[in-house]
Design a protein around this ligand. Structure first.
Ligand code: PLP
Length: 407
């Protein structure tokens, strides 16, 4: 059993004391966004209350303090994913923004007609649409790794899809809809055998798994702060230094330049070459505190506890007549998608909400996956480190109530 003091952890999240529809909130929508601990909320207010200033190039006290805090987060993120250098950490607005950056810079420069990009059937729309846009523009071909009936990738078919034409493989580390943990080490190694570059969408992995981009040998690794207890509007693009250096800039403007004249502009060094304009300073500063929160608990401890929650919830929900768990991959994080015979997922969500229980319902931005599974959508309960077994009991009780009301 987990050694964590969950009461103490919960006390760091003021939102967990909220009442919803007259009931104490049960927040099970963590795969959409996690709640924020006090130290993250405090960091935002400290920045605005005590050292708000634009960063870099400032010589006054506040500007230097803000710049140091901003760059401290870069160092924390470097350690968080074990990147080799802090210059390989590019601040973006989120996973979606990071993938678009790679598609529009690396993709537009290096991919040409007939080249192939491999994604998977588990992808979030963010890791589908940017590649479709690129394929439309450049005449590239998008190939898709299918899944088996449990929600695991068909690696045998992945092996067959790979060829000399494969230039890029872009796959999700952890599925937001089913919780599947993909064997990204294998995928990266195989893709590299064919000379293809690999992007890993780590949006869901960041809060559950220990990430080591050097051990993985990922070329790009992207994620969003709001999925790991940090603020919204802040994300990361990790890229290998030589690859980032070979890419043209994304957005033009202040900060990303070395020198500007009307005849010619030269660009800044990494990471600033990809960080045009005034960034989201307060949110970047606060991300360091989200990482501190995770490190104080320890990722392994978190993963162990969340897995206990997953096993408990899976057993409890599987015992409910008419309920089917969607996604039973060999390795999963604490994401539990389910459907109930004869009940629309949205009705499940609405009636649970009346009981103060927040789950997500619908296609989870994975419409092609829902089509493959031949369902409209699911109800999804996703657990974070502050959730409890009692809350899962409330969910099971709530689902019985949904059945009574609808069937
Ligand atoms: C697997 C996955 N990829 C990408 C995204 C997009 O992240 P963001 O909306 O923070 O850009 C999400 C968000 O739900 C996700 O779960």
């Amino acid at each position: 059993m987990s050694v964590l003091d969950i009461t103490q952890i919960r006390s760091q999240f003021p939102i967990l004391e909220e009442q919803v529809n007259g009931k104490k909130l049960v927040y099970f929508d963590n795969a959409a966004t996690t709640q924020k601990p006090l130290k993250v909320i405090q960091a935002l207010s400290d920045y605005y209350g005590h050292y708000n200033a634009n960063i870099h190039r400032g010589i006054h006290f506040l500007a230097e303090k803000a710049t140091m805090a901003f760059e401290d987060t870069r160092n924390s993120l470097k350690d968080f994913i074990n990147a080799g250098k802090k210059e390989e950490i590019i601040f973006t607005y989120g996973t979606t923004d990071s993938i678009n950056l790679v598609a529009q810079t690396y993709g537009r420069k290096f991919l040409k007609e007939g080249d192939e990009i491999i994604i998977s059937n588990l992808e979030h729309h963010s890791n589908i649409v940017p590649w479709q846009m690129l394929c439309e523009e450049k005449g590239c071909i998008l190939k898709v790794i299918p899944i088996d009936e449990k929600g695991d990738l068909r690696l045998d078919i992945f092996d067959e899809l790979l060829s000399e034409k494969t230039k890029l493989v872009s796959v999700v580390h952890v599925s937001n809809a089913l919780g599947t943990i993909n064997p990204v080490e294998y995928i990266i190694q195989k893709a590299h055998d064919f000379g293809a570059k690999v992007l890993i969408d780590g949006a869901q992995a960041s809060s559950h798994l220990t990430i080591d981009v050097q051990a993985l040998d990922a070329d790009f690794y992207v994620f969003s702060a709001h999925k790991f207890y940090g603020p919204t509007g802040m994300g990361v693009l990790y890229g290998k230094e030589d690859i980032l250096n070979s890419m043209p800039p994304y957005r033009g403007g202040g900060e990303m330049i070395k020198e500007v004249s009307f005849e010619k502009t030269t660009y800044n060094e990494l990471p600033y070459k990809f960080e045009a304009g005034t960034p989201n300073i307060a949110d970047v500063v606060a991300v360091k505190y989200a990482i501190d929160f995770i490190n104080e608990i320890g990722k392994e401890n978190m993963a162990q506890y969340e897995n206990e929650l997953l096993v408990y919830a899976s057993n409890k929900l599987a015992a409910i007549e008419g309920l089917k768990i969607v996604g039973e991959a060999k390795q999963k994080v604490s994401v539990l998608s389910f459907v109930i015979d004869g009940i629309h997922p949205q009705d499940i969500g609405v009636i649970l909400d009346q009981q103060g229980i927040a789950v997500r319902t619908g296609h989870h931005c994975t419409q092609p996956l829902m089509k493959t599974l031949n369902i409209l959508g699911t109800a999804r309960a996703s657990f974070a480190v502050y959730n409890t077994f009692e809350e899962i009991d409330r969910l099971a009780f709530g689902i019985e109530k949904v059945k009574k009301m609808v069937l």
